[in-house]
Structure formats: structure tokens, C-alpha cells
Design a protein around this ligand. Structure first.
Ligand code: TYD
Ligand code: MG
Length: 415
């Protein structure tokens, strides 16, 4: 769908504090601008909303500039202004060449002063504005240095005013730090309509675009990409790539049937449990919450009598993605046990269950969707909570559904 009614924005001179009659406001949902990127449209709740202010956070080097340059270049039917305070025109040109996209409606401005930026915007009248990054902007009305809290607040407020007055959507790219303490952009979350987070591990190709906040849609949405030599590629079937294909069965591996947003996704959990050589055993988790790992180890120690206290434990989610769905617990636990016992779990088995403090396997949401995805991908057996079995219609599948109530039961069935 192309947006024919996508209007040229007007910079209104009139004050915007006039009293209006709510009944007179056009309540029809405004037509959204669809990008050629289905993943981006999805995380935005169905395309770009006119006049919306969207903050995109992510660690440096993860691919934020690439994603938005690529999308802006693909939007050939509207005028886009890409404001870069980080890279030179030559650098951006080189990147655009690498992406191999031509677009004569795409304009670049390498500028950091908002005063100059708004002068240029008045001349060009772009229909979409991308700011890369908010930390580089500088308002002449504020003394503080670019990147400081007051400067970020002021420049965002100016961009917000511009977006609302002209109905021009504005994307603000912001860097966040490794430990998640979003020094700059975090303070902006309440000022913007939508917050997206671009995440992934730089050593892997997969990237996830997550909705953190959205005034115009669900926050359960998620887009998946792969970084290639020619930019980011949309990944439409994530399960197939997140499970490493291998011939021989290795110990320490278990597959989890997770949900990322509204999409079922099978991911591979890899655990390595070894004798600790130093006094304090090491615990490392990549893509999984470390405290959650420690909790699961405590459950195994206390309820199962396994002596993880003298072992180093390394846990990794394949593909460099991060999983927050609690249904991954059971697979994490089984991967740990598999490595502990050095017994491989058959490759046709997967898991979906949350683990409680007393070692009980708890029910998870959308169990039917998880089972269906596992079946679709050729798994022959899935372990789920017996509390899921009670309520759901889990009997209609060809895949064998094994309900379990406690950690010990799973252990007995597998090892
Ligand atoms: P970039 O978009 O600059 O990240 P950010 O804006 O979040 O800091 O992406 C940087 C990385 O992406 C860089 O290491 C090079 C890599 N890259 C590719 O692998 N393929 C490509 O086509 C492009 C443009 C970049
Ligand atoms: Mg960048």
C-alpha cells in the first residue's frame, strides 16, 4: 500500500494552545506510512504514524545507522532528511553504496545545531526526518555540552514540537551503554511516542528490534534481522537459523520453544559445566539473565541434590540473541543437567516451561503456538508443564507432548 494521502507538512505559525472541541477532532486513525521493511512496520504497530517521535536505542556499532539509512533509502516515494552529527557525507555515501540503493528523494545534512537544522528543514520540507544521533545535537538556547542531560532534553523537546506541529515523523537514534544503563536516551522515554531498542551481539549476525514503549501499538512486537555485507536482511523464519544444525549429538544442548513478542521461536541453549579450578566457581550467562541462572542452579542444588557449587557454569543462547521469556527455564535447566551428566539430549526434543523455586514446572502462555511451531520444525517430542496440559487443547498435535510437574520427573525421563 502506497500512501497517496501522505501530506506535505506545514510549519504552523499559529499557537498550538488554542482550546479545541474534542467532538470536532477527527477520530479516524491517521494513515500510516508503510516502509518496505515488514519487521520495522510491525514493531511500530503497523507503519510510521504521522507526527510521531520515535527513539531508537542501541549499543554503538550494533547497526542503528545502517537500519535507518537503509530504510530511508528504500522509501523512494517520500522526501527524507537524514541528519548526521556522527559521520561525514563521504562516510554515509560509502555506506549507501554498500547497500546498493538509489534514491533521489533522500537528503543528507551533516549538522548538529538545531537552529541550522530547522532552517534547512523549512527549506526542504521533508516528510520524514531521521536524527543520528540525539547525543550530537546542540540547541543554541542551552549552554550545556552536546550529549549532556539538559542538552538532550532540550533538543528532543524541539524535535517533538516540530513533529507535532508539522505532522512529520521524526526518528531519534540514541546510543546506550553496554550494561543497559541508558545514560542518555533513558531520560527521554517519557517524551517520545515510541521507544525501539536494537540489540544483539556484535560478534553474531543476528539483531533484534524490540518495542519498549508504543503509544500506537503493542510492546510485544519484535523484528529480527541478519547483518550481511549489504546491510540488514529481514529474517522471516527465525527458528531455522537459531538452531545450529549438527550431525552428532553433544551434551549441554537443549532447545527451548520460546515466544518473542507474538512469534514462536525455537532457540538453542548451550551449557558447559566443568570442575572449578579456582576457589570461587564462575557463572557466566550470555543472552540469559545471570541472576536467573543462579536461581536455577540453586533449585537444582537444593531440590535435585546436584553439586553445582563446585562447578564452573557457562550458559549461552545460540545466535547472540537475548531471551526474556520465562518458558526458556526448562531448556536451560535441561542443558545444565545434560552437561553435568555429560549425556546428550536427543535432537528431536524441545522444552517449554518455567521453573519455580521449589522445582515445579510452571505453565507458560501460548502453549499451543509453541507446540505447533515445534511440530512444524520437525521436533518429535516437547516437554511442557502438566498445568498447561490441564487447561489447553494439547492433544490435537502429532508431536508427542510430555507433561511434567517437577524437575526430578524431567531428569528421570531424560537421563
Ligand atoms: P552501524 O550502523 O554504524 O552501527 P551504529 O549506528 O549502531 O553504531 O553499523 C556498524 C557495523 O555494521 C559495522 O561494524 C559494519 C557493519 N556493517 C555490515 O556488516 N554490513 C553493512 O552493509 C554495513 C553498512 C555495516
Ligand atoms: Mg551510527
Amino acid at each position: 500500500m502506497r500512501n497517496t494521502s501522505w501530506k506535505q507538512p506545514e510549519l504552523s505559525a499559529a499557537g498550538n494552545n488554542n482550546i479545541i472541541n474534542l467532538a470536532a477532532v477527527n477520530g479516524a486513525e491517521e494513515e500510516r506510512l508503510l516502509t518496505p521493511d515488514a519487521e520495522l512496520n510491525r514493531v511500530l504497530g503497523g507503519g510510521i504514524v504521522p507526527g510521531s517521535l520515535v527513539l531508537v536505542g542501541g549499543e554503538p556499532g550494533i547497526g542503528k545507522s545502517t537500519l535507518f539509512l537503509q530504510n530511508a533509502l528504500l522509501l523512494t516515494h517520500i522526501t527524507t532528511l537524514y541528519i548526521s552529527g556522527e559521520e561525514s557525507a563521504q562516510q554515509i555515501k560509502m555506506r549507501a553504496d554498500r547497500l546498493k540503493i538509489q534514491n533521489d528523494q533522500f537528503f543528507l545534512l551533516t549538522e548538529t545545531s538545531t537552529q541550522t537544522i530547522f532552517q534547512e528543514i523549512k527549506k526542504l520540507r521533508p516528510q520524514l526526518v531521521i536524527v543520528d544521533s540525539i547525543q550530537t545535537l546542540q540547541s543554541p538556547f542551552i549552554e550545556a555540552a552536546p550529549g549532556s542531560v539538559s542538552q538532550i532534553r532540550e533538543t528532543t523537546a524541539e524535535m517533538q514540537r516540530f513533529a507535532k506541529e508539522t505532522h512529520t515523523p521524526v526518528f531519534l537514534i540514541g546510543h546506550i551503554t553496554k550494561d543497559g544503563a541508558i545514560a542518555g536516551p533513558k531520560i527521554l522515554e517519557h517524551m517520545v511516542d515510541t521507544v525501539l531498542q536494537f540489540e544483539g551481539d556484535q560478534h553474531y549476525a543476528y539483531r533484534i528490534l524490540r518495542t519498549i514503549k508504543n503509544r500506537f501499538g503493542s510492546t510485544a512486537e519484535l523484528g529480527i534481522y541478519e547483518m550481511t555485507g549489504q546491510g540488514l536482511r529481514q529474517v522471516t523464519n527465525p527458528s531455522e537459523i537459531l538452531i545450529s544444525q549438527r550431525e552428532d549429538q553433544l551434551s549441554g544442548i537443549a532447545i527451548a520453544a520460546t515466544m518473542e513478542g507474538m512469534r514462536p521461536m525455537l532457540v538453542e541453549v548451550q551449557a558447559l559445566v566443568t570442575q572449578s579450578v579456582y576457589g570461587t566457581p564462575q557463572r557466566t550467562a550470555t543472552g540469559f539473565d545471570l541472576r536467573r541462572l543462579q536461581l536455577l542452579l540453586a533449585v537444582l542444588e537444593k531440590r535435585g541434590g546436584f553439586h553445582f557449587g563446585v562447578k564452573d557454569v557457562f550458559l549461552n543462547i545460540a545466535g547472540g540473541i537475548r531471551v526474556e521469556d520465562p518458558a526458556i527455564d526448562l531448556a536451560v535447566l535441561c542443558a545444565l543437567l545434560s552437561s553435568y551428566e555429560d549425556v546428550a539430549i536427543a535432537g528431536n526434543i524441545c522444552f517449554a516451561g518455567e521453573v519455580g523455586l521449589s522445582g515445579e514446572i510452571r505453565a507458560v502462555n501460548r502453549i499451543e503456538q509453541r507446540i505447533a511451531e515445534a511440530e512444524k520444525l520437525g521436533f518429535e517430542k516437547i516437554f511442557i508443564s502438566r498445568y498447561n496440559k490441564k487447561g489447553g487443547h494439547t492433544g490435537k498435535f502429532d508431536i508427542e507432548v510430555v507433561p511434567v510437574g517437577r524437575v526430578e520427573e524431567v531428569y528421570r525421563q531424560l537421563f
